[in-house]
Structures are given as structure tokens and as C-alpha cells.
Design a protein around this ligand. Structure first.
Ligand code: NAD
Ligand code: DAU
Length: 351
């Protein structure tokens, strides 16, 4: 019997695949169950390097199906959960909010219900909910999100994540479920679906397609390399205090337009194109509805209490990211082969 059987949900997605890899390789004594519905965002080719490991198992399934989740807990004697499965893209939440309520609110509630029903001695278990800084709302030019910042979600995506955070906390308060939550800033790195800013723009630069900058490109995001997020999740899972929330961030703020120009310059060099070629693709388009102006995380609690620090600088992280996408253009084409074109034209044709 392994010491722990950890259910990682959403492990075929962007962040989940890095979390699964981190746990499978670092903890051979744990049994890692990757549960994923393989929506458009889930892709098992993100995990080919670890799929044959003895302590890894993939299960295809939907967290919205309560009976299935309950049976999974019983059959596999799940001891812990690291929950990442979600609908994760703000623009899609504007096109189809209900999908976000189903997966992010109902799905999370189902997992909590199954954990509560199947864990008799709750102190032996942990339910880790992976959340976002978007629950805190939007900042102006100054200030930072702290763990104590009141929630003020403003998109269907962030409202669904805020709801799920609240439901997770309610299960801790009412049923003594040992939970921990982390709220992280924008991630970037390998395996991110080319609907999010950085992989979308890398893909469009390769194809010499327009780069659709929302509004004036003045919005600000705080970027963290995805493997540093995965390592923070490992640390918080093992050393975080039950019931606590930890903010995770890169202390690395960029306005969109500055970030895009940097990306353009680097891509011109990597692709051997003339200076300015990629920047000429920049196209200012209609702004995102309800576009949050600025996110910036204060992660001093995590740094001070758990001694966390990211390994990558933005300079090293963005180099690795660009090199990965350039070296994996088949991956980009593969994930774009489904309903991507339909989404892309719905999202960008009338802007
Ligand atoms: P993603 O969209 O890349 O991956 C989500 C995964 O969940 C996919 O593999 C998908 O198949 C799976 N999934 C979706 N619905 C499911 C369902 N009903 N049942 C089972 N599996 C389902 O998302 P991501 O960017 O990797 O984000 C992962 C988590 O981290 C999310 O909870 C997100 O809110 C949170 N988060 C993301 C960021 C970011 O910058 N991407 C930052 C902070 C927090
Ligand atoms: O802050 C954490 C969040 O970061 C996560 O919870 C979300 O899952 C993740 O998607 C991300 O949300 P954002 O909306 O910040 O990320 P996105 O990559 O979609 O957009 C980043 C910024 O770039 C944002 O200000 C909108 C802008 N943008 C985005 C796209 C896709 C554009 O200008 N043009 C685009 O085509």
C-alpha cells in the first residue's frame, strides 16, 4: 500500500500536467491518479514522458458527475485531492458562462461532497483547491492583493472560482474538512493552450497572423513560470497549514503591450526575421468586456512562512517558453485541430 493515493484533477491541462509530473517524479511512494475529462484544454501528450511510471494512473472522467466521483473515491481509497480541473479562460466565460458554473462550482462541490462522505478521520487527509488571484477583483496602478483582500470577482470565470473557494471554506468550517487554498497570478510556460495571451501570440507570430491586443494594451498582469507554480503547490500541499490560504505570484508585472513587444523582438531574433516584422502584426481590437485593469500579488506570506521562492526569472522563463513552442509546433497544430477555428473566429472576427 502506498502512503498516499492523491487524486489530481485537471492533470492533462496546462498547470495540472506540470503538477502531475512534479509529484510522480518526486514522490515514487505516492500513487498519483490523474482525473481529467479531456476537454479541448486537456491533452495527454503533455504527459508522455511519465505515462509509464508505476506510481501514475490516468482516469478519464467528469467532476460534474457526482456518482462517478463518489465511486472513484471508494474504489481507489483516495487519501488526498489536489483540485485543478476547471474551465479556465476568461474570454470563454464571456461566451458561455454556464459551462463555468457547472465545472467550477458544481464540479468542485462534488469533489468536496465525496471527500466529506469518504474520509472518516479527516486529520489524515488534505483537500487542496487551486485558485486564482482574479477572485480579488481589479487593482488600479498601485496596491497588491493580500490573502485578506475582500473578494470582488468581476467575470463569470472569476466569480465561479470565487464561489468554489467559498464552498471549499464552508466545508472546512462546517465539516472540519482539512482544506488549503492557493490563489496564483498569471502562469506561462510549456503546454499552455494557445487561447491565452502568450501562447496565442507566439503561435500567431509563427504563422504571421494579426496579434489582437485588447483595448490599448495597458492592462497589467503578474507573470509566473508554470513550474514555479507547480513547486509552490508541492510545498503548500506538504507544509501549508490546514484551513489557510496562500497567495502565489511572480512579483513580475508587465503591461500587455510591453510584454507583447518583448515577445515580438525575441521571436524576430529566434525566427531570423527582420527587426520589427512581428511588431507590425500588432492590431488593437475591441476591449474584453469588463476587462480587469491590473492584477498584482503580494506573496510575502508564502515566502516568509514556507520559505518559497521562484527559480526562474522572467528572462529565463520566457526564453524556455519560446524555445518550447518553437520546438513543439506539432503540439500547437495538434491542439488547434479540434474546434479551435470555430472558437477563434467567434472570438476575434467581429472585434
Ligand atoms: P487548463 O484549461 O489548461 O486545464 C484545465 C484542465 O481541466 C483540462 O485538462 C481539462 O480537460 C480539465 N477539465 C475541465 N473540465 C473538467 C471536468 N468537468 N472534469 C474533469 N476535468 C475537467 O487550465 P490551467 O490554466 O491549467 O488552470 C488549472 C487551474 O489553475 C484552474 O483551476 C485555474 O482556475 C487555476 N489557475 C490558472 C492560472 C493560469 O494562469 N492559467 C492561474 C491561477 C490559477
Ligand atoms: O490571473 C490568473 C488568471 O490568469 C487565471 O486564473 C486564468 O485562468 C488565466 O487565463 C489568466 O487570465 P487572464 O485573463 O489574465 O489571461 P489571458 O492570457 O487571457 O490574458 C492576459 C491579458 O492579455 C489580459 O489583460 C487580456 C489580454 N489579451 C488576451 C488575449 C487572449 C489580449 O490583449 N489579447 C488576447 O487575444
Amino acid at each position: 500500500m502506498s502512503a498516499k493515493t492523491i487524486l489530481i484533477t485537471g492533470g492533462a491541462g496546462f498547470i495540472g500536467s506540470h503538477v502531475v509530473r512534479e509529484f510522480v517524479l518526486k514522490y515514487p511512494e505516492y500513487h498519483i491518479l490523474n482525473l481529467d475529462a479531456l476537454t479541448y484544454a486537456g491533452n495527454l501528450s503533455n504527459l508522455t514522458d511519465i505515462e509509464d511510471k508505476d506510481n501514475y494512473e490516468f482516469i478519464k472522467g467528469d467532476i460534474v458527475d457526482l456518482n462517478f466521483i463518489n465511486e472513484l473515491f471508494i474504489k481507489h481509497e483516495i487519501t488526498d485531492v489536489i483540485h485543478l480541473a476547471a474551465e479556465s479562460h476568461v474570454d470563454r466565460s464571456i461566451l458561455n458562462p454556464l459551462a463555468f458554473i457547472h465545472t467550477n462550482v458544481v464540479g468542485t462541490s462534488n469533489l468536496l461532497h465525496a471527500a466529506k462522505s469518504n474520509w472518516s478521520n479527516t486529520s489524515e487527509h488534505k483537500f487542496y483547491h487551486v485558485s486564482t488571484d482574479e477572485v480579488y477583483g481589479s487593482l488600479s496602478e498601485t496596491g497588491y492583493f493580500l490573502e485578506t483582500t475582500p473578494y470582488d470577482p468581476r467575470s463569470p470565470y472569476s466569480a465561479s472560482k470565487a464561489s468554489s473557494d467559498m464552498i471549499v471554506r464552508s466545508f472546512a468550517h462546517t465539516f472540519n474538512l482539512p482544506i488549503v487554498i492557493s490563489n496564483c497570478s498569471n502562469n506561462y510556460g510549456p503546454n499552455q493552450f494557445p487561447e491565452k495571451l502568450i501562447p496565442l501570440f507566439i503561435s500567431n507570430i509563427i504563422d504571421q497572423k494579426p496579434l489582437p491586443v485588447y483595448g490599448k494594451g495597458e492592462n497589467v498582469r503578474d507573470w509566473l513560470y508554470v513550474v514555479d507554480h507547480a513547486k509552490a503547490i508541492d510545498l503548500i500541499f506538504h507544509e501549508g497549514q490546514p484551513g489557510e490560504t496562500y497567495n502565489i505570484g511572480g512579483e513580475n508585472e508587465w503591461s500587455n503591450i510591453d510584454l507583447i513587444k518583448l515577445l515580438c523582438q525575441k521571436m524576430d531574433t529566434k525566427l531570423g526575421r527582420n527587426k520589427g516584422d512581428s511588431e507590425s502584426l500588432i492590431t488593437f481590437v475591441k476591449d474584453r468586456a469588463g476587462h480587469d485593469f491590473r492584477y498584482a500579488i503580494d506573496c510575502s506570506k508564502l515566502k516568509k512562512n514556507l520559505d518559497w521562492a521562484p527559480i526562474e526569472t522572467f528572462e529565463t522563463g520566457i526564453e524556455k517558453t519560446i524555445d518550447w513552442y518553437l520546438g513543439n509546433q506539432q503540439w500547437i497544430e495538434h491542439v488547434k485541430s479540434g474546434a479551435y477555428q470555430e472558437y477563434y473566429s467567434q472570438q476575434y472576427s467581429n472585434r
